[in-house]
Design a protein around this ligand. Sequence first.
Ligand code: NAI
Ligand code: MG
Length: 351
Amino acid sequence: MKTFRIAVIPGDGIGKEVVPEGIRVLEAAGRKFGLTFQWDLLPWSCEYFLAEGRMMPEDGLDRIRHHDAIFLGAVGFPGVPDHVSLWGLLIPIRRGFQQYANVRPVRLMPGVKCPLADRKPGDIDFVVVRENNEGEYSSIGGRLYEGTEFEMAVQQSVFTRHGVDRILKYAFDMAQRRPKQHLTSATKSNGIAITMPYWDERFKAMGAAYPEVRTDQYHIDILTAHFVRNPHWFDVVVGSNLFGDILSDLGPGCTGTIAIAPSANLNPEREFPSMFEPVHGSAPDIFGKGIANPVGQIWAGAMMLEHLGCPEAGQAVLAAIETVLASGPRTPDMGGTASTEDVGKAIAQGV
Ligand code: NAI
Ligand code: MG
């Protein structure tokens, strides 16, 4: 028996509804594959903020530093500004634990209506790799002359050689392992004429070490159009923090719904725990009704199993997800009438 210690942060809104279903399915996979889990539940959230004045305790990172992984729902709720909840919890974990590779699979699944015409399962199957630690999302900058007509705001982008090279290396390694061996880089070196040419330069330099990997690059504006018009062109797509963020919502949007999309925040060197979460947020508009789709959370759990070195268990969860997506039960966002729990139970049974 292998035992994993998992830090569980349900967070806010539907995070609290879908995380239990993720745990249910992982428990089922554990029974089948001889794995046990110790779930350490942490109440860090906007609710915690309103009571304690911070999103997590001051020693929060130290409390989970030695866990095997972090399983997170969603963070953010009306009443606490989104930049406060994000920078108070999610970003400190991603940065403090050097989770620099944000990996988001984009796959058209059976039973999901594709918003793009004439696409069937198998036609769209790629991965967005987003730089998760630096780039455009930086806290360097500030405001001057506030409240006057000279008021100004400046925010600095940060592209370090270390940061750019390690995400490019991660993406090239992934592309090399996949059958198509194709890597696309998102750039904007025409408009963002300092950092993006630098990104392109490092992309070219890194590519020299991967002669088998076919590469191309597109400016982010036309790349978004290609995601919609030619999603079959892509295999692995790498982008900076901002571009990767946008592409990794657009991708799942093109395959039907962000509610089923998973996301892994990886520290590939395994010096720190990695974090697994759905792409979607806390969905305050449907919170409390028990109708949130738990598939994104459960798929994130499958990615966690792979990361923990249990690929067969991860594959079994993914196969159970595919079966339930194809034949139901389905939550209302997918045209069904099932509850969050119905879907979680059906997937757990199918593992
Ligand atoms: P959202 O993803 O929470 O919701 C967008 C729309 O998709 C809503 O209509 C919602 O009902 C629907 N939706 C999302 N997940 C669903 C699911 N599992 N099943 C069925 N429908 C689903 O994004 P929004 O509204 O922009 O953000 C709400 C809050 O969540 C904000 O506070 C935001 O900051 C936070 N957020 C947190 C994220 C995270 O923790 N990683 C990611 C995105 C947003
Ligand atoms: Mg996003």
